[in-house]
Design a protein around this ligand. Structure first.
Ligand code: ARG
Length: 462
């Protein structure tokens, strides 16, 4: 069944039909299609474009279609070109001639622009909820590990000691920015394209303010050609999703490293790891690896839509139908990844002794030894050289700076006194780092209080 047979004298080729059809994927937003049509019908009635009786009949018909799809009584079948055609045909089947008036003053171009926007708007909020739930788990881990010492890395080499709270705090910040990106997108996209018609509006006295309000938009869009051909909001959303995946992927990489036999900083729960079919000793971090791997397909959706859009003249062109499948896939992928990642880190166990031991090795306190000398009047560059010599001596002896005798210290610089041991202890190195944003517990607790407030605030305007 088609909506446009009139000016054709021949049947469409079967392959063309299949190539052209979108119902196999655009049925995903059947609910939004009905939501938009109900608003349109309500407005048509209120504006006197159709009678109130017809308007009510249409709304009731659409409501019954929705109920029957949800209960499984009505199946969306592939014999229609798209979800819009399916809905109109089913409505006419159910309520007769009044159903033929639903499409008055509307085109599938503004209809699909609306449906996809409504669907995306819902998903912006769903993804935001998922990310927020992940942040709750991260915040719990932060609170429980303010004094859990671990090495901080640069170039994947041990650099200076930090805490698990501080390390996880970095991800908390990343996901905070991700949520703020979602809020920005929401604010920019929340305008209603319905009423733009095919591209040039219509001669019917549509009340676009009314439909915008009924559908919870800030207001109607202001240019009908742009309304039917704007997919910026989707590109922005895919960019935000890609960034979320990039963050999850970096986090996943760390989980894989920490979970390895060489590190043993964490142990993943049995429920979130898998075994090998040949090597009985293996417990693999497959979830982290899959999240890292799936990042590629989300980037793919972004690049694909950017490329699709780049050569399209105004206004609507069928190329835009390509905005759906990969976006749906990206949205579902991100929802799954965030949620599984949350379960994985919520159940994993830390190995604090192992992390602390690792933080003590690898000269993570060398900067602090140099700072000790600086505080006693040695210029930093000289202090750097002195500690360099001490490190060399330690490497030679296979020991840590903490294990050198005071005599050995004094042989390289007489400035060293007995208080050097306290100055370079792991505890001092972490807890004395109290600049805002540093790992010291006193300042970390202040940041945690800010995070608690943040979690109570809402991300979207009411
Ligand atoms: N399936 C189409 C899409 O997703 C709906 C709009 C069709 N409009 C048209 N003029 N053929 O973009």
């Amino acid at each position: 069944m088609k909506l446009w047979g009139g000016r054709f004298t021949k049947e469409t080729d079967k392959l063309v039909n299949n190539f052209n059809a979108s119902i196999s994927f655009d049925q995903k937003f059947y609910k939004q299609d009905i939501q938009g049509s109900i608003a349109h019908a309500k407005m048509l009635g209120a504006a006197g474009i159709i009678s109130e009786e017809e308007s009510t009949k249409i709304q009731d018909g659409l409501t019954s279609i929705l109920a029957d799809i949800e209960s499984g009584k009505l199946e969306i079948t592939d014999e229609y070109e798209d979800i819009h055609t399916f809905m109109e045909a089913t409505l006419i089947e159910r309520i007769g001639d009044a159903g033929k008036k639903l499409h008055t003053g509307r085109s599938r171009n503004d209809q699909v622009a609306l449906d996809m926007r409504l669907y995306t708007r819902d998903e912006v909020k769903n993804i935001d909820n998922e990310v927020k739930a992940l942040m709750e788990v991260i915040l719990r881990i932060i609170k429980e590990n303010v004094h859990t010492y671990m090495p901080g890395f640069t170039h994947l080499q041990k650099a200076q000691p930090v805490t698990v709270a501080h390390h996880f705090g970095a991800y908390f910040e990343m996901f905070k920015r991700d949520r703020s990106r979602l809020a920005d997108i929401y604010k920019r996209m929340n305008y209603c394209p319905l009423g733009a018609g095919a591209l040039a509006g219509t001669t019917y006295p549509l009340d676009r303010e009314m439909t915008a309000k009924l559908l919870d938009f800030y207001g109607p869009t202001l240019n009908s050609m742009d309304s039917v051909s704007d997919r910026d909001y989707l590109i922005e959303f895919l960019n935000a999703l890609s960034t979320i995946m990039m963050h999850l992927s970096r986090f996943s990489e760390e989980i894989c490293i920490w979970n390895s036999n060489e590190y043993k900083f964490i142990e993943l729960d049995d429920a979130y790891s898998t075994g090998s079919s040949i090597m009985p000793q293996k417990k693999n971090p497959d979830i982290a690896e899959l999240v890292r791997g799936k990042t590629g397909r989300v980037y793919g959706a972004l690049i694909s839509l950017l490329t699709t859009m780049k050569g399209i003249p105004l206004a609507y062109n069928k190329d835009m139908q390509e905005d759906k499948e990969l976006s749906f896939d990206a949205i579902d992928t991100v929802k799954g990844c965030v949620s599984l990642f949350k379960g994985m880190i919520d159940t994993m166990k830390f190995n604090p002794a192992r992390m602390e031991d690792s933080a003590k090795k690898g000269f993570t306190n060398a900067t602090d030894a140099a700072d000790y000398l600086v505080k006693k009047g040695v210029p930093f560059r000289d202090a750097h050289g002195i500690v360099g010599q001490l490190v060399l001596l330690c490497i030679d002896k296979g020991i840590a700076l903490d294990d050198l005798s005071l005599d050995e210290y004094k042989k390289i610089s007489p400035v060293f006194e007995n208080d050097i041991y306290d100055a370079i202890s792991l505890k001092t190195c972490v807890e004395k780092r109290l600049t805002l944003g540093a790992p010291g517990a006193d300042v970390m607790n202040k940041v945690i209080a800010i995070y608690d407030d943040y979690m109570k605030s809402s991300n979207f305007p009411a």
